[in-house]
Design a binder for this molecule. Structure first.
Ligand SMILES: [Zn+2]
Length: 357
């Protein structure tokens, strides 16, 4: 599955009914951003992220680790957690494994992620090991906290019960939810295949229903990303969900899915769309180019999305050149459709392989 990124509880420019029409089954939202704005208590009081954003399909939240490391130059990492300042107003905050679990339980996504340290690139051997060990200790702390608090999800209903002995006729008593979230572990280990293997095996020892490959797309060459994905994947159990975080182009996600990756997310289709870069069956199209100014053809003649069925390249180019809001909306809808269609093709390919034995 491919998960569109809805950083602030919104896939930028695309409303939830259109996401449903596109066939989005699960989207990703960012703990770091929601933690700062509107804040976890607001979302919790609104009944959790699903109800807050009116989305009854699945949601995954990341742990906030990646954003803390990528958006904050002044962060301070200790054994306990990470102190950082908000990129919005400079206010001080602290995220620890326990706090990241508390926040994600409060947001109430279906799948939540362990709080990890994203090792920077490049990193020397000692730094790579120390960072991996820290992530493993944090993974165990995440699991411990989660096991103790997993019933505290915002959809746990409040029951009105009789309290005869207290002399009060009725009182609201919060009940613990039977349905809980799934907490996934994250493999780190930098760009070292030996550390990756160790991180994978030891994360599996801690035991999670799914495992993510994190710490990639941090500035390393694409071939190295590929090598690390493949060398990590083989050490993760194939009967558990295997999630590759933050990767990649349409070709890459198809390649990784065929290799056994079950879940991926990437800002590329949505972010590129807002910059006029569109993925099509004929390759990339930069819609801002003057050559499309009088092009009557569909953006992608092979695409069946609502944009390609209705509008010409000339119109899309005009919207973009005129800085119309609709340009970002239509471009995003097409790119998401293209990614999701790529994944549907991979699923058909997998089913055909299964059928062929
Ligand atoms: Zn299209």
């Amino acid at each position: 599955m491919f998960m569109p990124v809805g950083t602030l509880g919104s896939v930028k420019g695309v409303s939830q009914d259109v996401l449903e029409e596109l066939g989005v089954e699960i989207l990703l939202s960012n703990t770091y951003h929601l933690f700062l704005r509107p804040g976890v208590e607001t979302v919790r009081r609104m009944g959790g992220l699903h109800r807050f954003m009116s989305w009854d399909r699945a949601i995954l939240t990341d742990s906030g680790g990646f954003q803390v490391f990528s958006l904050n130059e002044l962060r301070k990492v200790t054994e306990d957690g990470v102190a950082f300042r908000s990129h919005l107003d400079g206010s001080p905050h602290f995220l620890s494994p326990e706090k990241a679990m508390e926040v994600q339980i409060g947001l109430g996504a279906d799948i939540i992620m362990a709080f990890d340290e994203c090792t920077e690139y490049p990193a020397d051997a000692q730094r790579g090991r120390d960072s991996m060990e820290l992530t493993l200790r944090w993974a165990a702390r995440c699991k411990n906290y989660f096991e103790e608090h997993k019933g505290e999800v915002p959809w746990g209903h409040t029951e009105v019960v009789e309290l005869r002995s207290a002399g009060r006729p009725r009182a609201a008593v919060p009940t613990r939810s039977e349905a809980t979230q799934a907490l996934f572990g994250i493999v780190q280990g930098g760009m070292d295949a030996v550390l990756r293997r160790e991180s994978a095996l030891r994360t599996v020892d801690i035991g999670f229903p799914g495992y993510a490959i994190g710490g990639l797309s941090v500035g390393e060459p694409r071939e190295l990303t590929r090598d690390i994905v493949f060398s990590t994947l083989e050490h993760l159990p194939s009967d558990r969900a295997r999630y590759l975080m933050g990767v990649g182009t349409p070709e890459e996600i198809a390649q990784y899915a065929r290799a056994g990756v079950d879940m991926m997310d990437c800002v590329l289709p949505t972010r590129a769309a807002r910059h006029g870069l569109l993925f099509t069956s004929e390759g990339k199209v930069s819609i801002k180019q003057a050559r499309y100014a009088q092009d009557e053809s569909a953006l992608d003649p092979a695409c069946e999305c609502r944009v390609c069925l209705r509008y010409s390249r000339a119109y899309l180019r005009h919207l973009y050149a005129s800085n119309e809001l609709l340009a970002q909306v239509l471009n995003t809808v097409h790119n998401l459709h293209f990614y999701l269609a790529s994944m549907r093709a991979v699923r058909a390919w997998i089913r055909a392989g299964d059928a062929a034995g």
